[in-house]
Design a protein around this ligand. Sequence first.
Ligand SMILES: O=C[C@H](O)COP(=O)(O)O
Length: 255
Amino acid sequence: MRQKIVAGNWKMNKTLDEALALASEVSNMVKDEVNTDVQVILAPSFISLTAVGKLIEGQKRLALAAQNCHHKTSGAYTGEVSVDMLKSIGVSFVIIGHSERRMYFNETNEQLAEKTNLLLQNNIRPIFCCGESLEQREKGIHIDFVKQQLTESLFHLDTNQLQKVVIAYEPIWAIGTGKTASTEQAQEMHEVIRKHIASKYGEAAAAEVSILYGGSCNPTNAPELFACKDVDGGLIGGASLKSRDFVSIVKSFSE
Ligand SMILES: O=C[C@H](O)COP(=O)(O)O
């Protein structure tokens, strides 16, 4: 199950036409240029999900992700989107717990546990984001904070379920700031995450979990980040909005 993964989180960018143009460019470049077994994931806005899904259908290296889902199955939640709805249009992954959603929409670890359960029940793989603020890092509590995020949202799962979750470590201070974690900082936290998973599920199970890095990842820094032992790819924001940059990042895995 441990795969190399590069996911593009388009956040609140791109109209429908722009999203289709970007998806088409990425799709063609991936088909022509990517020879590794990396799983490439596109996460457009809800508005563009269906159309982008149709455009990439049948492309074996490309998969569709949503940027969020609601933590309840259905009901009076105006403006929200359910896991069932996402399943009905062929979504394979959903990003949950992004720091922007935790910060602006008050998402809690408990809600993320509910989202994880619903997604796995529907055969959709969560991309579970975790990561500390600069203040937490400076206080030296970043490791405990990230471990707590994992424990509270994921550690009720059984081993089989846990292995379907993709973890994305995104230090908040590196998101959209141009300030990337050093390879040492990234590898250190990825190792902490894998060891934390191992402490509950065993080393063999932890070795199967894909752990992505996110935060100002670009074509220049991706090769050295992806070369770290416990970094299995990236969750890319800004650089995923330009097809050439995004595909260059995908190609950062040595062939
Ligand atoms: O979901 C993606 C991350 O928030 C990283 O965003 P960024 O690459 O723009 O820093």
